[in-house]
Design a protein around this ligand. Structure first.
Ligand code: CLF
Ligand code: SF4
Length: 284
């Protein structure tokens, strides 16, 4: 395991520390509506399935409103240690993410700030994250081979051009790996989420684990596909398939097995979710 100076501070992170998820919680601020890629399993009407379970779409809120709901949520749930942006689109392509984190960090400097991204814009934005209090980062890496990625990603918007096929996957993968390396060098704790898609990347997850481990990633979260979007007719992995893939990957990289595939507006302890918007709005 890589030990970083921030290790001590991460004890209260419910996703990065297996001992913390029964004791501490997180809040997701849904300030990021747009996305710059199209994963086959994504249903645009729902939350980013790279981090969150497709469900009822979150209502997007603005940065100032995010600070307000955070204050309300902290008053209602004192165990929250992490404020994160995890959708409903990709945080890094939405300027509102940076503004919200700036506001939150100014008022709550001791809260851990967390982000979950597809990684396309990570190389050009990662330098801004430590100054916003971001200590933990999740990048969804479903493959490190463009031939596999061409079957997972429908398109990638890059520098004004819509890439497709292997060119799209190659650009996304290159940026993800470049961005992860930069994030680790900046001292961020990086986790990789990999959506397990039977028939597409099942035999490829160990290669993903080995590649990101060599870049300094400290934790991997293999998430079962939730069939939706273009992949709505695909099978969800069985429990046995998921356990087998996780066990093989665990030989390479510690595995997160307690992920609850939270909504993009969840707050509280993992799995004991309260949904931010409905509950906080009822207090207006
Ligand atoms: Fe949120 Fe993700 Fe940060 Fe955790 S969730 S952005 S790392 S604070 Fe955690 Fe929820 Fe699983 Fe995500 S249980 S979906 S891994
Ligand atoms: Fe959907 Fe993928 Fe974009 Fe997340 S990163 S919003 S799953 S297309």
């Amino acid at each position: 395991m890589h030990r970083l100076p921030l290790e001590q501070d991460l004890q209260g992170h419910p996703c990065f520390n297996p001992g913390a998820h029964h004791r501490f919680g997180r809040i997701h601020l849904p300030v990021a509506p747009r996305c710059n890629i199209k994963c086959g399993y994504c249903d645009r009407r729902l939350d980013c399935a790279n981090e969150t379970q497709p469900g009822t779409a979150s209502r997007v809120i603005g940065p100032e409103e995010a600070l307000w709901v955070l204050q309300k949520a902290l008053a209602a749930e004192s165990r929250i240690r992490v404020a994160a942006v995890a959708g409903p689109g990709d945080p890094l392509v939405n300027a509102e993410t940076f503004r919200a984190l700036e506001l939150v960090h100014a008022v709550f400097p001791r809260l851990i700030k967390c982000l979950s991204t597809n990684g396309l814009l990570l190389p050009e934005t990662v330098d801004r994250l430590p100054g916003l209090g971001v200590r933990t980062l999740t990048v969804t890496v479903n493959c490190v081979d463009p031939a596999v990625g061409a079957r997972i990603y429908e398109w990638v918007d890059w520098r004004g051009e819509r890439l497709r096929g292997e060119a799209a996957a190659a650009r996304l993968i290159a940026n993800q790996l470049d961005g992860i390396g930069r994030a680790v060098a900046l001292g961020l704790a990086v986790k990789v989420n990999t959506v397990l898609i039977p028939g597409l990347n099942q035999a490829h997850v160990e290669e993903v684990a080995g590649t990101v481990e060599s870049l300094g990633v400290r934790l991997m979260n293999v998430m079962p596909l939730y069939p939706s979007g273009s992949f709505r007719h695909r099978a969800r992995p069985t429990g046995a398939e998921l356990r087998a893939v996780r066990a093989a990957a665990a030989e390479i990289l510690p595995q997160m097995s307690w992920c609850r595939q939270c909504r993009a507006d969840a707050y509280g302890l993992l799995g004991a979710d309260t949904h931010l918007i409905n509950n906080v709005e009822s207090q207006r």
